[in-house]
Design a protein around this ligand. Structure first.
Ligand code: FAD
Ligand code: FMN
Ligand code: SF4
Length: 656
């Protein structure tokens, strides 16, 4: 595979074409910001997994203008630099290379909670804060010429320190509308000094930073520049300017271009949701390759090996960067190398275990792989004595309990009521735009077959059977079911639930009314619109609350855009009043109106399926419930609930 062939970035040789994309890992820092054992174990696992070049999270070159960075790694600290040396040595021991991502800072996208009182944010020009544009305290002031000069110079010192500590290259964090990008972009840079005015001048900040690195870290020290080809934003960069920038960066002397897109306002590009196609930015990399002779790195949902290989084999990019895919599967490269695609855990692009854990100050982790970021704290310790474990339900929670259970040495039996594995992942994975969930479902099906587990499909467990089985431990993972519509159908029609539709029952006719503005209602509406149906979506919510429970705004905003693009007629603050044979009467406040439809789909709430747990009653200290049967949630709740219970179960173990 071309993907696994060695290549070079400037003077740096890399053993394969796989780069770990930079991802914030602040929750893994020591209290003083140092990179301790947890931080090293996290990166070390990805290096051991075969990644050629590992990029760290952003490191600030200076804290002079944004003193919000307490508790962060400091390039100026000798103690911290010793840790960088340890990291470099560790990565080198796996023949991986270390790239330190250097940032100029946040500028107008600084999150308000990290701005200390009395400190004024900065930007290339006076710019409102992205998060709280109406807060006068947060309006960024324009950096002075002298401050800009000093900040650009800091890149030289920082890169020199990185090189001293054994880093193989640096990456400049020039994309996604951060401070570097604010200097480069007319929308945010209205300066009249040498850092603004013309598009050439807007690149002077980057020019001086690159020159400083060349001066202080050496002409042969590789510099990767990460930037967005276009912002997909009115007034932001267009592709033409993006291609011109690529040529200018080459003239500046950078060694490789890492091509991204978007900014905070269009975050479904730099933080691609599950609705983006795999390899969503490969075409942009290809365009850049057309105007530059530098090695080009492409990024964005490249965790499917065939997509990554195609990008490199077709010459659209020289390297592929994977971010989240390596959180879900640290052994990604090794498994690809050994032809074990079937054993790869593919990221589902939810951002719930990575981005949102990071924002919460927790270790950057993964919904599907709780061990990520907890490599040291959360081991699955082998049992001291053989124990039996009965797991009831083979959705993601039950399968994860079985996986973690066998890893610890439990004698595991798994009962599943239906004839198939996966529980609600089956309806969840039905639409084409939920390919990630399909891949995860298939992975779980293959995994459970490989595990040393006694499996019984078609076994709907009763309380009596569970008790008479006599396992040392019982885990109930019986999931959730969708509520039926709380009103009657007409004589000539019936009301399907969204889960029935997604499980394959076809609604009749072309005109479908989907009732329910939660994420399942929105996705079902989109799925039906994709079949060429004319879809109306009613919700009792306000218009701006559509799919509001979708935790990750990147996924949510893209879903809302897709709904708009699919011309789904959304009726907010609308309740179905009664069903008639040729349609539905809905009420919007005191007004009633009739909608002519051929079919009705109810996307109601999921209700915990806890009847087994109720009939087993209280009083057993060896019976536990996990996942949606406790409270309907998401895959992350199911997997983490299962993992953490099984991980800790020995601590609760009764003496024999
Ligand atoms: C349409 C839809 C779309 C979704 N999309 C997403 C998404 O994009 N991302 C996300 O993170 N989450 C999504 N979810 C939520 C996610 O699917 C659930 O959170 C997850 O499946 C819960 O896992 P679980 O194992 O707890 O339960 P389930 O998946 O419900 O599995 C429970 C299993 O237990 C079995 N069972 C029940 N009773 C018994 C019994 N007595 N004996 C034996 N077996 C029994 C059932 O047959 C079932 O197989 C979606 C859910 C739905 C319905
Ligand atoms: C938790 C998290 C933190 C991130 N932090 C950074 C960062 O510090 N610097 C950066 O350039 N990109 C950052 N990104 C973006 C990733 O580098 C990457 O571009 C993005 O996740 C898309 O690639 P993927 O689909 O392979 O994950 C972050 C992404 C995630 C999920
Ligand atoms: S938490 Fe979700 S998006 Fe993040 S790495 Fe895991 S599966 Fe991917």
């Amino acid at each position: 595979m071309k993907l696994l062939e060695p290549s070079r970035i400037g003077t740096m040789e890399v053993k394969n074409r796989v780069v770990m994309a930079a991802m914030g890992a602040h929750g893994l820092h020591e209290p003083d910001g140092d990179w301790g054992d947890r931080f090293l174990a996290y990166y070390g696992a990805r290096a051991a997994g075969g990644v050629g070049l590992i990029t760290t999270e952003t490191t600030f070159v200076s804290q002079a203008l944004e003193p919000f960075t307490k508790g962060l790694f400091s390039i100026a600290s000798d103690k911290h630099l010793a840790s960088m040396r340890r990291l470099a040595d560790l990565l080198h021991s796996h023949d991986s290379r270390l790239s330190i991502q250097l940032t100029a800072g946040f500028g107008r996208v600084i999150p308000p909670p990290v701005v200390p009182e009395g400190v004024r944010p900065v930007s290339a020009s006076v710019n409102n804060n992205y998060f709280l544009p109406d807060d006068p305290e947060l309006v960024a002031r324009a950096i002075t010429t002298e401050e800009a000069e000093a900040l650009a110079r800091s890149f030289g010192y920082a890169a020199m320190r990185c090189r001293e500590a054994g880093a193989d290259c640096v990456e400049l964090h020039g994309h996604e509308g951060y401070l570097f990008d604010q200097f480069m972009t007319a929308l945010w840079n209205r300066r009249t000094d040498r850092y603004g005015g013309s598009r050439e001048n807007r690149l002077n900040f980057a020019r001086e930073a690159v020159a400083a690195i060349r001066r202080e870290a050496g002409a042969d020290f590789p510099i990767i520049y990460r930037y967005g080809l276009t912002h997909y934003l009115e007034g932001g960069r267009d592709v033409e300017e993006g291609l011109w920038i690529a040529q200018e960066l080459e003239k500046m002397g950078v060694s490789a271009l890492h091509v991204d897109a978007g900014c905070y306002e269009t975050s479904w590009w730099p933080h691609a949701p599950q609705y983006q196609p795999p390899g969503c930015m490969v075409e942009m990399a290809e365009k850049v390759k057309g105007v530059s002779s530098l090695p080009v790195i492409t990024v964005g949902r490249l965790h499917y090996p065939e997509v990554a290989e195609k990008a490199v084999a077709e010459g659209k990019a020289d390297f592929i960067a994977i971010g989240r895919g390596l959180l879900a599967e640290p052994e990604w490269v090794n498994k690809v190398q050994r032809g074990k695609r079937d054993e790869i855990v593919f990221c589902v692009s939810c951002h719930e275990g990575c981005l949102w854990q990071m924002i919460a100050g927790q270790p950057t982790s993964c919904a599907l792989n709780p061990s990520c970021g907890h490599e040291i704290e959360w081991p699955l310790v082998p049992l001291k004595k053989k124990r039996s474990l009965l797991v009831v339900g083979a959705g993601p929670a039950g399968i994860e309990a079985a996986r973690a259970g066998t890893a610890r040495g439990f004698d595991v039996t798994l009962w599943e009521a239906s004839d198939r594995f996966g529980g609600n992942l089956r309806p969840a994975s039905r639409p084409d735009f939920k390919r990630d969930i399909q891949e995860y479902l298939h992975y779980l099906e293959r995994l459970v077959r490989r595990l040393p587990v006694q499996i019984q499909l078609g076994k709907s467990a009763t309380a009596g059977e569970v008790l008479s089985f006599g396992a040392d431990y019982v885990i109930l993972a019986t999931g959730a079911k969708m509520e039926s519509a709380p009103f009657a159908a007409g004589e000539n029609n019936k009301i399907l639930t969204a889960v029935q539709v997604l499980n394959g029952t076809e609604p009749q006719g072309k005109r479908v009314l989907v009732m329910g503005g939660g994420v399942i209602g929105c996705e079902t509406a989109l799925y039906l619109a994709g079949q060429g149906r004319q879809v109306t979506l009613t919700t009792r919510r306000d218009a701006d609350q559509l799919s509001a429970e979708l935790f990750d705004h990147n996924n949510r905003f893209m879903l809302l855009n897709l709904i708009k693009a699919a011309a789904i007629d959304v009726l907010p603050q609308t309740m179905p009043a009664r069903v008639e044979n040729d349609g539905v009467v809905v009420s919007q406040g005191s007004v009633e109106k009739k909608i002519g439809v051929d079919s009705l789909v109810f996307a109601g709430p999921l209700i915990a399926e806890n009847s087994l747990s109720k009939s087993l009653g209280k009083g057993s200290d060896n019976i536990f419930s996990i996942g949606d049967c406790v409270e309907p949630d998401r895959i992350m709740g199911a997997v983490w609930g299962a993992f953490n219970l099984v991980r800790e179960i020995e601590n609760m173990q009764r003496e024999p």
